[in-house]
Design a protein around this ligand. Structure first.
Ligand code: PNS
Length: 171
């Protein structure tokens, strides 16, 4: 096992389409645990996101500016290669419920096989956020439901703008 590096750099990867208060809670916890935390958005051409990678990076930057040791990036290709490019030795992931665990375990073990020097660390966000996902937030908002308190205010404002743009286009 390699020795502990002097500074622990962690990557928190995901789609963040858009960032929720559950993600933000995890970022806050990660920023306290690691010397540097890089929140990295996967550029995934196969998914049809609501927000572009650039928009998601802007939203993330707006909400993480309070944390001096947190930065925002994006990546394509293998996550472990992205981690190595940043000298990161930790991959941070959130677990909300047992249902998340199976897939997260598979990913963590695959990533360990690909790069044994990189550890996956799982954190639980505050239980108040344990039911939130980006997918549900988009669905509820799109159907006119109240999402205040589930996403940062700036994200809610962007969701509102995106929805009215879509309604104008569709009209
Ligand atoms: O927010 P998500 O969609 O749950 O994040 C999934 C993510 C980005 C962590 C995962 O899809 C990923 O790491 N993709 C990069 C490609 C890769 O390295 N695949 C092998 C991981 S087992």
């Amino acid at each position: 096992m390699p020795p502990k590096p002097p500074k622990v750099i962690a990557i928190y990867p995901g789609s963040f389409d858009p960032i929720t208060n559950g993600h933000l809670d995890l970022i806050q916890r990660g920023s306290r645990l690691f010397d540097r935390l890089i929140v990295s958005i996967l550029r995934n051409e196969s998914k049809q996101p609501l927000f572009s990678v650039e928009e998601r990076m802007e939203m993330l930057r707006e909400v993480v500016q309070a944390y001096a040791n947190v930065q925002v990036d994006c990546f394509d290709g293998l996550l472990v290669d992205h981690a190595a490019a940043h000298s990161a030795t930790v991959l941070l992931r959130g677990i909300r419920a047992i249902s998340d665990y199976e897939f997260e375990l598979q990913m963590a073990l695959m990533n360990r096989r690909l790069r044994p020097g990189v550890e996956t660390v799982f954190l639980m966000s505050n239980e108040a956020y344990s039911f939130i996902s980006s997918r549900l937030v988009k669905e509820v908002f799109g159907l006119g439901g109240n999402i205040s308190g589930l996403v940062p205010a700036t994200v809610e404002a962007r969701l509102r703008r995106r929805l009215s743009q879509r309604q104008t286009k569709g009209a």
